[in-house]
Design a protein around this ligand. Structure first.
Ligand SMILES: Cc1cc2nc3c(=O)[nH]c(=O)nc-3n(C[C@H](O)[C@H](O)[C@H](O)COP(=O)(O)OP(=O)(O)OC[C@H]3O[C@@H](n4cnc5c(N)ncnc54)[C@H](O)[C@@H]3O)c2cc1C
Length: 441
């Protein structure tokens, strides 16, 4: 390997400054730990900001109110509401991805953590079942970071894999479908809202609060089929269409599509590159069809395309407890619970594979245990976000942003307990984490 150009030493190195990683790093800093968050991109938030993914999906727990959790999300939403008082939607809390970047950086600054943008994890040095250091590719050359604890928040379990931990991917060789999200602006919301209403849209729309998907408005559904018949769109283009308004962005819609087909190994850069190329073509096919044919889109244009593929699931780490579909469906409880949620199993592009597991209708939520964030193989490694320890089906329920942020926050509190009390991370008392993270019965 080439020479190391720079070396740093931290209590905690959080690899990946996305949804889980930002929450983790900020709370580590607030707990007084010397913390760095390493991010290959140029902002915090990951899928939420670079990936244009909003809203923060609701926990869906009946009777738990509309307020978001975990604690760090509550604070974040408080800050968002100062600027956008009406950011609550039916599905959760919506936000402007650019403004989110600013808020996250303010939180990181006041927590006193170091941010390393434009730094990509390239290698992990391990010995005796522990990570000693990670090596980053930066514009200064290779950079080594030593830390007492590492948290893999890369979404793809990259650090776990580089460190030699067991990882899993997809189910029967197939991952969930990937999307390349985009935004359009310059839409006349009144005209489009009228079109949806007259076309039989089952949801009510206002100029600033529009929602559309491929199934809810008969006229829009017919329009999509007509576009395939005329060759302006492909069957794949219309396989999943969804769009909604964002607070403060008048005349704009965030599109949760196009959804891309089967390409093979998402983590192979050759494959991913092809998906970006095809994805951008699909974005413009959709936008051109809307502009040409839909009332309200006459002056519309593509105002943003996600700079990262929208990966719903790639790799997951082998954890001390791998949460299963059965845990979700039976709504299992854990003494080291760090998340409560009732967000359903939501698999894009693959049939549900949980057989005859019986839904426990008497319970209102399932839980994610802290044990699902602990690598089975590497002693000083925690994994938070969509690549933590879940089976394929369970992952589809727990991948939502609120749960990923909670995983990141829980890792931060665990790190503080471990380092301050000189306790191995695996021996941290999960019930103390539960007291901090879980607030309602
Ligand atoms: C298309 C799509 C739509 C979705 N819709 C919703 C929704 O409406 N609501 C909702 O709540 N959830 C939604 N989700 C799920 C949710 O957004 C994600 O599961 C969640 O944000 C993942 O968080 P994460 O922290 O695991 O990963 P990310 O937020 O993706 O963060 C990973 C970070 O790691 C960084 N990274 C990766 N590799 C390296 C490296 N080598 N070195 C340094 N940094 C690296 C990345 O740049 C990124 O910043 C959606 C997901 C997708 C893909």
């Amino acid at each position: 390997m080439a020479d190391i150009a720079c070396r740093y030493n931290y209590d905690v190195a959080v690899i990946g400054g996305g949804t889980a990683g930002t929450a983790c790093a900020v709370v580590c800093g607030e707990n007084g730990l010397k913390t760095v968050v390493v991010e290959k991109g140029t902002c915090l938030g990951g899928s939420q900001s670079s990936g244009l993914v909003c809203p923060f999906m609701s926990h869906h727990i009946v009777g738990a109110g509309d307020e978001p959790f975990p604690p760090i999300l509550k604070r974040l939403v408080g800050r968002l509401r100062e600027k956008f008082p009406n950011c609550s939607t039916n599905g959760g809390i919506s936000f402007d991805p650019n403004y989110l970047k600013l808020l996250y950086e303010e939180m990181a600054e006041s927590a006193g953590i170091d941010i390393m943008y434009e730094s990509a994890l390239a290698y992990a040095n391990t010995s005796d079942g522990k990570i000693d250091s990670v090596v980053l590719a930066t514009k200064k050359g290779l950079t080594e970071i030593k830390a007492k604890l590492f948290v893999d928040c890369t979404g793809d379990a990259l650090l776990a894999d580089f460190a030699g931990a067991t990882v899993f991917s997809g189910e029967d060789g197939v991952n969930q479908r990937t999307s390349l999200r985009f935004e359009m602006s310059g839409i006349d919301g009144d005209a489009f809202g009228r079109y949806l209403k007259e076309g039989g849209q089952s949801y009510s729309n206002t100029k600033d609060n529009l929602y559309i998907d491929h199934g809810t408005c008969p006229a829009f559904k017919q329009f999509l089929n007509d576009m395939v018949a005329s060759g302006e769109l492909t069957k794949q283009d219309i396989s999943y269409i969804q769009a909604f308004s964002m607070p403060g962005k008048v005349g704009a819609l965030a599109f949760n599509c196009p959804e891309l087909g089967e390409y093979g190994d998402l983590l192979d850069p050759m494959v991913a590159s092809k998906m970006y190329v095809d994805g951008r073509k699909a974005v413009y096919r959709l936008a051109n069809a809307f502009i040409k044919h839909l009332p309200g889109f006459e002056g519309a244009y593509v105002s943003a395309i996600s700079s990262m593929l929208g990966i719903r699931e790639s790799r997951r780490v082998d954890a001390v407890h791998n949460l299963t579909a059965e845990d979700i469906i039976s709504r299992r409880k854990f003494d080291d619970a760090i998340v409560r949620s009732n967000y359903p199993i939501d698999i894009h592009g693959k049939e549900l594979s949980c057989g005859k597991i019986k839904l426990n209708g008497d319970e209102r939520f399932y839980e994610i245990p802290f044990r699902s964030l602990l690598s089975k193989d590497i002693e000083n490694l925690m994994v938070a976000g969509r690549c933590a320890g879940f089976d394929f089906t369970a992952q589809s329920a727990v991948r939502i942003q609120t749960s990923c942020m909670a995983m990141g926050e829980a890792c931060a509190h665990a790190a503080a307990m471990s380092i301050k009390e000189n306790t191995p991370i695996r021996d941290v008392d999960g019930s103390r984490l539960k007291d901090i993270m879980v607030e309602f019965e």
